[in-house]
Write a protein that binds this ligand. Structure first.
Ligand SMILES: Cc1cc2nc3c(=O)[nH]c(=O)nc-3n(C[C@H](O)[C@H](O)[C@H](O)COP(=O)(O)OP(=O)(O)OC[C@H]3O[C@@H](n4cnc5c(N)ncnc54)[C@H](O)[C@@H]3O)c2cc1C
Length: 402
């Protein structure tokens, strides 16, 4: 494993993309760089979903094609196999957030369990992610969280059904040795998420981290939370699995807090979030009992983790430290990390286009913001397009000289 990974190596980063894919991706990134375009798309999204507008086809052939791995499992598995050829692992992500009815929750649970079995049988070594708002109504989970788990008998019964769904997913995953990342969503549901995920870790992480909680490091309270979980895991004798993200709902959290007349749970500045994220990396990687997934597109944080691996002399970095990026983003990190021998993966959302729209909106907004990834993504794609063009013109010359 190399301490210095060249994240500017675009040849390795985009080796899996054909010329036509490369140019298409570049074009789409250029389009979603325009903030007013993204604003229009975002505003029309709820109508697209509600009325099943033909606009879905446009979404499917553009952003969906870049950020999602397909509409069904067969298509998603094709992407898994392709990525595995480059030593890049996958985190299969069935898009199922924000559902509201009992039947869908049961169906989502069955799909996720089936995916775990399919991964174990056909693509061992790959993982899955779970959005808890796909297993129970987020409004209900928020209500229990806010009441400090003081529930009525009917709510108690409903909570147990939700708990059992998650338990059946985790039990299957543990039995088949497939890692499960539980995603973080809004702060209002996080207390209940923390509680259930800690229960799952206590139950299934006795020997190794199979179940991971996600910590959004833009939340002011997360460093204290991290320290508490690590302390408690020592007493309860389990291995904490910690996935670190910065957090995808900055504006929403601020708006919700303002509307409720509360202080925002999110740091005021990006710099504070960055510091908390990098401190969390240090805390996790310096503790031999913690397994960590560094889920970021930020190059500096990725380098902080690489430095920690060598500073703390981590003997089994492939098991203990995982790096992950979203499909369609920061290939320069994922593929160069994998080529250098690190455990690197892509989050692979798949499912119905309609259901993927909230996810796609988050990606488009993230990429259209001035401080976001977009200018860099486009720049890297452009660099590789130019490099291939140059290579194409150089080859005939070389052959002539021979
Ligand atoms: C593999 C993977 C899994 C993910 N899973 C989840 C998940 O489960 N839940 C979730 O919420 N997100 C998740 N995300 C998204 C993640 O939270 C970030 O939104 C995204 O990755 C951008 O952050 P960054 O670390 O990559 O990079 P950067 O571009 O360096 O950071 C951008 C982030 O910084 C923070 N930020 C920006 N401005 C400010 C400000 N003014 N004040 C405070 N903070 C600020 C925000 O969190 C913003 O998203 C995931 C990302 C990846 C790569």
């Amino acid at each position: 494993m190399h301490n210095s990974v060249n994240f500017g190596n675009v040849k390795t980063a985009f080796a899996y993309k054909k010329n036509s894919d490369l140019k298409f991706t570049y074009l789409v990134f250029k389009i979603i760089q325009v903030p007013w375009m993204v604003k229009i798309l975002t505003r029309s999204a709820s109508y697209i979903m509600k009325y099943n507008l033909p606009f879905q086809e446009l979404v499917k052939s553009t952003v969906f094609r870049i950020f999602c791995s397909g509409e069904n499992l067969t298509e998603a598995f094709r992407t898994i196999q392709k990525l595995n050829q480059y030593r890049v692992k996958s985190v299969l992500d069935y898009v199922s957030e924000g559902d509201h009815d009992e039947r869908t929750f049961m169906e989502n649970t069955a799909v996720i369990i089936n995916n775990i079995k399919k991964l174990n049988a056909n693509a061992p070594g790959n993982s899955i992610s779970v959005k808890l708002s796909g297993l129970e109504d987020a409004g209900f989970l928020k209500k229990i969280s806010m009441r400090g788990f003081n529930t009525s008998p009917s709510d108690e019964k409903r909570y147990h059904t939700f708990y059992s769904r998650l338990d059946s997913i985790c039990a299957t995953a543990c039995h088949l040795n497939v890692i499960v990342y539980i995603d973080a969503e809004e702060r209002s549901t996080q207390d209940i998420f923390d509680h259930v995920v800690e229960c799952m870790m206590e139950k299934y992480n006795a020997n190794a981290a199979i179940i991971y909680n996600t910590l959004q490091m833009y939340l002011i309270d997360r460093l204290d939370y991290l320290k508490r979980v690590i302390r408690e895991s020592e007493i309860k004798k389990y291995h904490p699995g910690i996935k670190l993200v910065r957090g995808a709902y900055v504006e929403k959290e601020r708006e919700l807090a303002t509307a409720a007349g509360l202080k925002s749970p999110v740091f005021d500045t990006k710099k504070q979030t960055d510091e908390a994220f990098n401190t969390a990396i240090d805390i996790c990687l310096s503790n031999p009992r913690v397994s960590t997934c560094i889920a970021t597109h930020n190059e500096e944080s990725t380098q902080v983790a690489i430095d920690c691996i060598s500073r703390y002399n981590i003997i089994n970095p492939y098991q203990k430290v995982k790096f992950s990026q979203l499909l369609g983003m920061s290939d320069n990190l994922t593929f160069n990390l994998a080529a250098a021998g690190y455990n690197a993966s892509k989050y692979l959302p798949y499912g119905e286009v309609r259901k993927a729209i909230p996810y796609l909106i988050r990606r488009a907004e993230e990429n259209s913001s001035i401080s976001g990834q977009m200018p860099r993504e486009a720049m890297l794609l452009h660099k590789e397009i130019k490099r291939r063009r140059k290579e194409k013109t150089r080859l005939p010359k070389l052959l002539k000289n021979d």
